[in-house]
Write a protein that binds this ligand. Sequence first.
Ligand SMILES: C[S@@+](CC[C@H](N)C(=O)[O-])C[C@H]1O[C@@H](n2cnc3c(N)ncnc32)[C@H](O)[C@@H]1O
Length: 412
Amino acid sequence: MQSLLVLGRQPALGLAEIESLYGADKIRPVGEQVAVIDVDPCLLAFDRLGGAVKFCKILTTLDTTNWGKIEKFLVQVSPQQSQQMPEGKMLLGLSVIGLEVSAQRIEATGLSLKKAIRKTGRPVRLVPNKSTELNTAQILHNKLTGPNGWELVFIRDGDKTIVAQTVKVQDIESYTRRDRERPKRDAKVGMLPPKLAQILINLAVGQLPEDKLESICEIPADQEIPLPLLEQTILDPFCGTGVVLQEAALMGYHVYGTDLEPRMIDYSRANLEWLNEKFRLAPVCSRLEVGDATTHQWQKPIDFVATETYLGRPFTSTPTGEILAQTVMDCNLIIKKFLRNIHGQIESGTRLCIAVPAWQIRRDQFKFLPLIDQIDDLGYNRMSFEHLGNEDLLYYREDQIVARQLLVISKK
Ligand SMILES: C[S@@+](CC[C@H](N)C(=O)[O-])C[C@H]1O[C@@H](n2cnc3c(N)ncnc32)[C@H](O)[C@@H]1O
């Protein structure tokens, strides 16, 4: 059994994240936006993925990319398929990735399917296509992943078409709560989006142990499932308001946060207390203390390090060469000293994923920290991702000057 994921806005990050968790040989990218994974859909830990927006199970693969032929096939098989669903109104949606077909044509196909299914006596509601792909909000709002929902996704795979059914989409409501409702936020230290925090953690932890994989099937939605306790500790040495700690605790890791500023430690503490009250957590331990990451002595154990380091001054317009050079030097010094300091305190092989600044000096052109070329001398191996080649892992918006570069390394 295979699973299929539709990747998010920056697909390279989503691809690296799943390669990290499941291993390169289990992953096959399909086009730019999709990956097929050799993992049973029942065992895919979708909720912890920050870089995938849609999770589907593969129904079949057709030997054509011609929409007329695909439509014919659908009209034939849908009535029978609909009989296997629970009684009541069926909710139908169609999404297409990589095939040459317009939103209007897709909707026309939807109407033909609706007609064919209705002939069997079953009422159907079709979600109209404003574009070729239905978005997460439309899928959630129209309950297309519920028991009576049927969102079909068609993905071009060379000269074939994969037909898949959406099982889950990103829980945007939960992400918004985890981001906006936290009692302590601070615009100055920057807002790390929870999805990006998940990616940092997943890149840091590497392959998941088989017996801790989440099970999403065969468990009634209203039944409380005990959350797995992963018995491993994630350290964030620049923890700020604690977004990485929060997301790691939600995944079932013990969390350890340190920061130079006592106020940030108070904020992280308040945020973790809030998390404990509002979300169902495994019995994780949390430790917080003030500490300068360039000199601090951390308590053991440290199994992984996931952090967004000091990013330097925030810029809203391109800085002068002199100011940029100074900022690059400041950040480089702090992060290098941190890497030297922690090196003696972690076991060989320990993985770190650190988000460091990179500056967009021209559209899609970046200035990187000098230390990126000295990783080897600092005593670390840089991890590479088979499906990405030499592509840098960058998180930024088009108009942003300070981007985050995700550096995945392990102690030699
Ligand atoms: C970009 S913020 C991290 C934000 C954090 N990921 C969050 O979600 O709130 C960087 C943090 O590093 C802290 N910091 C700066 N220099 C430090 C140092 N030398 N040691 C430890 N923390 C430091 C700052 O206080 C700030 O909280």
